[in-house]
Every structure is written in C-alpha cells, then in structure tokens.
Design a binder for this molecule. Structure first.
Ligand code: HEC
Length: 213
C-alpha cells in the first residue's frame, strides 16, 4: 500500500513539474547590437535598481558595439571597468522584499528553460481573484510585477511589454555567454581550414600515386 502511495505521489510531482514547464512561452532572443542595446536600456530603467550583473562591466558593452555615449550616460561617474552593481544594497532589498534579488549575469542559463523561463516569468504576472498579484511560473515570488503585465488591459500594451521582455531577455542571453558569437565565427574558420587542408592533401596524394603507378 505504501508503495502504491509513493508511486502515485511521484506521478503527481512529475505531472506538476511538467505542467509548469508547459507554461513556458518560447522566446527567440536577438543577439544583434540594436536588440541587446535596447535590452540594456530596459535593464537600466527597470531592473538595475534591484539587480546586479557582477560579471558584466560597462566596458564589455562598449566592446560589443553599444553606443559609447549611452554607456557613459548609464555609468555616470563610475569607471568603465566598474561592473553593473545594483543601486539597492542586499540588506535593504531583504528588508523591503524579504529576499535578496539574485545576480542576473548568468540568469539566462541558470534556470531550466533558459531565456524562455525568464521571458515567461516576467510576463507571467496576473491579478488573482483576491486582487493580489500572482505569477503563473513562480507563484510565491517576492519580486513585484516590474513590467506591469498584470495591469495591461489592451493588446497594444501587452505587445509593448512583450517586446520589452524580449529585449531584456536578449541582453541577459548575451550576458550569460558574451563569447558565443565569437566561438561560432571561429568554428567556421576552423571548418574552412580543415576543408582546404583536406583538398591539398588529396592533391599531394594524387601526385605521389601518379609517380608510383
Ligand atoms: C523592486 C526590486 C526588483 C526589480 C526592480 C526587479 N526585480 Fe527581479 N527580483 C527581485 C526579487 C526580490 C527577486 C527574488 C524573488 C524570489 O525569489 O522570491 C527577484 C528575482 C528575479 C529573477 C529570478 C526568478 C527565479 O526564478 O528565481 C529574475 C529572472 C528577475 N528577478 C529578473 C528581473 C528583471 C529582468 C527585471 C527588470 C525587468 C527585474 N527582475 C526587476 C526584485 C526586483
């Protein structure tokens, strides 16, 4: 009997995990400069007050190709080599929200579902029947509805919030692996090199065999 209960319980757990995964809205991130730049803008306006990105420096943004003047405006009097530290201290955040906002540098890789998880989390806010805010993906979250999804009443507002969420998630995806594009480029060079090398070896082989025949 006990065994049966355990099996039934594990089925329930498995289906509820599956059910929460099913709520993920898939997002296709953009790793181009304009999209990432808009994403940094959203980060600075809407997330930076609470969240740090301790592995990203202002200089990294300039190196990636983001407008230097914008980066200068974001960093104010901090040096280019400063990292993106939250404006609010962890202890103030603890006092206000009961939980310290996690660092966002690697967030796009930290959760199952990656970028789509963060996207769905930001868009997952709604108003519960008792009038309190809820989140479909993370029901007990202490983070307020930052992008205002729960208060969005018409389609145009929702579309605007969705595109903001896509921009910030694109930036987070870039930040979690800034060298990804470079690696892909390098991969093509390596393939081209191997191709040329194979061709040359083939010519050499033909020459040697021609002599031996
Ligand atoms: C007012 C402070 C505040 C702001 C502004 C804020 N957050 Fe948060 N955020 C929090 C807190 C607090 C948590 C911890 C929530 C928890 O685990 O209950 C959190 C958690 C998160 C998490 C992790 C969720 C998880 O699965 O653990 C992500 C991702 C996140 N925030 C993204 C963002 C993004 C993106 C923005 C900007 C659009 C943003 N936050 C703005 C306070 C904030």
């Amino acid at each position: 009997m006990n065994k049966l209960i355990t099996i039934l319980a594990s089925c329930c757990i498995a289906t509820s995990v599956w059910a929460s995964e099913a709520k993920l809205e898939t997002v296709k991130v953009g790793l181009d400069v304009p999209t990432v730049e808009r994403g940094v803008g959203v980060m600075m306006d809407s997330c930076h007050s609470c969240h740090s990105m301790k592995y990203i420096k202002y200089r990294d943004l300039v190196t990636f190709g983001i407008d230097k003047q914008k980066v200068d405006a974001w960093r104010g009097d901090q040096p280019l080599d400063a990292t993106l530290l939250a404006q609010m201290s962890d202890s103030d955040a603890m006092a206000a929200y009961g939980k310290a906002p996690p660092d966002l540098s690697l967030m796009a890789k930290a959760r199952d579902g990656g970028a789509s998880y963060v996207y769905s989390y930001l868009l997952g806010y709604y108003v519960k029947p008792d009038g309190m805010p809820g989140n479909h993906l993370y029901p007990e979250t202490k983070m307020p509805d930052i992008l205002g999804m729960s208060g969005a009443t018409d389609a145009a507002q929702r579309t605007e919030i969705q595109s903001k969420a896509r921009d910030i998630v694109s930036f987070l995806a870039w930040a979690a692996d800034p060298e990804e594009q470079e690696r892909h480029r390098l991969g093509y060079y390596v393939l081209a090199y191997l191709f040329v090398l194979t061709f040359l070896l083939y010519l050499v082989k033909n020459q040697i065999w021609a002599r031996l025949k």
